[in-house]
Design a binder for this molecule. Structure first.
Ligand SMILES: Nc1ncnc2c1ncn2[C@@H]1O[C@H](COP(=O)(O)OP(=O)(O)O)[C@@H](O)[C@H]1O
Ligand SMILES: [Mg+2]
Length: 154
């Protein structure tokens, strides 16, 4: 599986990268976002949602609501598993159902559902390199998404 690494030097750059991804999504993709608190998962997600929904605002983080649905060219569900630990609690949110229903998903803290087999998932791992520098790694992206990362690759 190809692994591509790019760098972001500001929150706006991360949102812009997300926006490009959002424009390129075709619906049905599952994007698993990995990385520590404050890495920039929500920031990237905001850009992706804006790209799918043709919006310019910053959609709210689903940290408390767990699942935020958005309507754009197709529905996109922004999910944050941060506050959940037990598999039963995660199951109760309906996330597994969404995964099986081929919806378009952005899943923050996807580490917490590592036990689920999600074929074709796109994995994005963000690492905080200090100050506003972030390393964004992608794997499992289909060609038209991979292309966006290739253009920004170092
Ligand atoms: N290059 C960058 N990309 C994304 N966020 C950045 C960047 N530089 C600094 N930040 C800051 O890091 C934080 C990222 O927060 P957030 O996106 O909520 O992270 P997460 O969802 O991974 O916990 C924000 O406060 C943001 O302003
Ligand atoms: Mg977040």
């Amino acid at each position: 599986m190809n692994n591509i690494t790019i760098l972001s030097d500001s929150p706006q750059t991360t949102r812009d990268i997300g926006f490009k991804i959002g424009l390129a999504l075709r619906g049905g993709e599952i994007i698993c976002l990995l990385g520590e608190l404050g890495a920039g998962k929500t920031c990237l997600s905001q850009g992706i949602i804006n790209g799918v929904c043709n919006r310019k605002d910053y959609p709210r983080s689903p940290t408390f609501s767990i699942i935020n649905p958005h309507t754009g060219r197709f529905p996109i569900y922004h999910i944050d598993l941060y506050r959940l630990e037990k598999r039963a609690d995660i199951f109760e949110t309906g996330v597994e159902e969404l995964i099986n229903s081929k919806e378009t998903l952005l899943i923050e803290w996807a580490e917490k559902i590592a036990y689920l087999d999600i074929p074709d998932r796109i994995e994005v791992t963000i690492d905080d390199l200090g100050e506003e520098k972030r390393e964004i790694k992608v794997s499992g992206a289909p060609a038209h998404i991979e292309e966006i990362f290739r253009e920004m690759e170092l």
